[in-house]
Design a binder for this molecule. Structure first.
Ligand code: GTP
Ligand code: MG
Length: 198
């Protein structure tokens, strides 16, 4: 899919204030600093459409970006940043759970996972929550440039093993990406395109 236009529409902390249009949307979620905003810039081929930072906690609101006048990419705040309560439940800010529970336009969530790390409890819990809520999701492994190309397969295999050990019967659809090298761009855009056409 070719991206012709990508425009920032609105930032807010309330799901009721999100755009009213009934366009399909795809949301990016994951731990703070995993690379959600960078991935949105990479996919849309814009340097600064979504704001990024080397410090965790940059994105604080729900941000809607309209693509090709036809669908939305949604940048969300990260979870798991230690400023919030230690209790895992409180780590998912209420407006983020509201978004996932009430946003009817949400077609698919992309859960971003840093490819360098072992499976983290907070990500496994979040995916379990999505599964229980029957929200379709796919995994995006980020920062693949930080490990050697030969290590990618073994990291993914280790992750898969952890998913299966956590009651998943199969590994969800996944993508390997590097925002630095634009790896995985075509595969993700193709995936979104396919869903939009169905
Ligand atoms: P929050 O908004 O704080 O939740 O973070 P985020 O998930 O949006 O992360 P962001 O895109 O702001 O990126 C965090 C840091 O990781 C920045 O310093 C990025 O440059 C870096 N980063 C993101 N993606 C990649 C990548 O694919 N490769 C490398 N090497 N660095 C990356
Ligand atoms: Mg961000």
């Amino acid at each position: 899919m070719k991206i012709n236009t990508a425009e920032f529409i609105v930032s807010n902390s309330e799901v009721d204030k999100c755009p009213k249009e009934r366009l399909p949307e795809y949301a990016f979620i994951g731990r703070s600093n995993v690379g959600k905003s960078s991935l949105i810039n990479m996919l849309t081929n814009h340097k600064n459409l979504a704001k990024t930072s080397s410090k965790p906690g940059k994105t604080q609101l729900i941000n809607h970006f309209k693509i090709n006048n036809n669908w939305f990419l949604v940048d969300l705040p990260g979870y798991g940043y230690a400023r919030v309560s230690k209790k895992t439940k409180a780590v998912f800010q209420q407006f983020i759970t509201d978004y996932f529970e009430r946003r009817e336009q949400l077609i698919c969530a992309f859960v971003l996972i840093d490819i360098r790390l072992e499976a983290q409890k907070i990500d496994l819990e979040f995916m379990e929550y999505l599964g229980e809520s029957e929200i379709p999701f796919a995994i995006i492994f980020t920062k693949a440039d930080k490990i050697g190309k030969t290590k990618v397969a073994s990291h993914v295999a280790a992750y898969k093993k952890q998913m299966l050990a956590n009651n998943w019967t199969e590994m969800p659809q996944y993508f390997i990406t590097s925002s630095l090298e634009a790896t995985g761009r075509d595969a993700i855009l193709e995936y979104i395109d396919q869903i939009n056409e169905d």
